[in-house]
Design a protein around this ligand. Structure first.
Ligand code: F6P
Length: 320
């Protein structure tokens, strides 16, 4: 009998539960046993593996986080760690695995694939930094969370005629900053993919206030620098007294929006289809609303920044 295991690894993202649910239900529909691996690769090495039943995935589609929990593992990068994980899988008769996570998790999945475990990846990260998919699982929810937070900040910024610098996550990628900046009408957006000088921000601030703008929202991707640095620069170069908000891990939590529930369900289902067809070493995403299937080497390539550049240019044109 075929047995599939599923794990979530790296930073959690809203929609992971929907993907686990889909892997579990679809497998069971086809008479395949499903095993949940707790705490990502750490749990795979520790043997924290449990058979999943339908009831385990009931009432989770709407919940943020991952009920399998997640971890970042240094040990799994070693030959010893990987051998330990494979031994545990073999003990359970498992030779197929769905890995839901980001770039680092995919590297672990590729290592297992090369060692004979049939492995499929689902791009679960709020950062949207994976090549071969238009949207990673959780990105849409994170963007909505940022949008709601910025809307609230704009209310108080307007009341007090203030400038706010808001730092958002994304690691080395500017997707959360660029997309949420466009959605909130931010006056300036700083992303690593298209750097603009801080002097440009000062120019926009000054001309904006001269034209009668009473407040200003500046969004900074963490990959560019800290919001505090930007605030210091503004204080040193003007009479403004900016406020700083670092949104932090609030961006990773919360109920997944419909898009992420649907994306997680579609990719989870597809992962089972592929594993049933003996496919391995592939990562799933969504391109032009169709499920994309690319090998891991392809998804490790740097994502093109054309879209972000377009959004960044448009945002600055709209911020007059
Ligand atoms: O990759 C997701 C992410 O939330 C990044 O945006 C952020 O830089 C990082 O994880 C934070 O990691 P941790 O949860 O380990 O602090």
């Amino acid at each position: 009998m075929k047995k599939i295991a599923v794990l979530t690894s790296g930073g959690d993202s809203p929609g992971m539960n929907a993907a686990i649910r889909a892997v579990t239900k679809k497998s069971m529909y086809h008479g395949i046993e499903v095993y949940g691996v707790y705490r990502g690769y750490e749990g795979l090495m520790d043997g924290d593996i449990k058979k999943l039943e339908l009831k385990d995935v009931g009432s989770i589609i709407h919940r943020g986080g991952t009920f399998l929990r997640s971890a970042r593992s240094e040990k799994f990068k070693t030959e010893e760690g990987q051998a330990q994980a494979i031994e545990n899988m073999t003990k359970h008769g498992i030779d197929r695995l769905v890995v839901i996570g980001g770039d680092g998790s995919y590297r672990g999945a590729q290592a297992l694939h090369k060692k004979g475990i049939k492995t499929i990846g689902i791009s679960g990260t709020i950062d949207n930094d994976i090549n071969g998919t238009d949207y990673t699982l959780g990105f849409s929810t994170a963007m909505n969370t940022v949008m709601e937070a910025v809307d609230r900040i704009r209310d108080t910024a307007t009341s007090h005629e203030r400038t706010f610098i808001i730092e958002v996550m994304g690691r080395h990628a500017g997707d959360i900053a660029a997309w949420s900046g466009l959605a909130t009408g931010a006056e300036s957006i700083f992303i690593p993919e298209k750097t603009i000088p801080k002097s440009e921000m000062m120019y926009r601030l000054k001309t904006g206030f001269e034209r009668g703008k009473t407040h200003s929202i500046i969004i900074v991707a963490e990959g560019v620098g800290s919001a505090e640095e930007f605030a210091t620069y503004i204080k040193e170069n003007s009479d403004y007294d900016p406020r700083v908000t670092v949104l932090g891990h609030i961006q990773r939590g919360g109920r997944p929006v419909a898009f992420d529930r649907i994306l997680g369900s579609r990719l989870g289902g597809k992962a089972v289809d592929l594993l049933m067809d003996e496919v391995s070493g592939m990562a799933l995403g969504l391109e032009k609303n169709e499920i994309s299937v690319h090998d891991f080497d392809y998804v490790f390539q740097k994502k093109k920044a054309d879209e972000l550049e377009e959004i960044s240019v448009l945002s600055s044109e709209l911020s007059i």
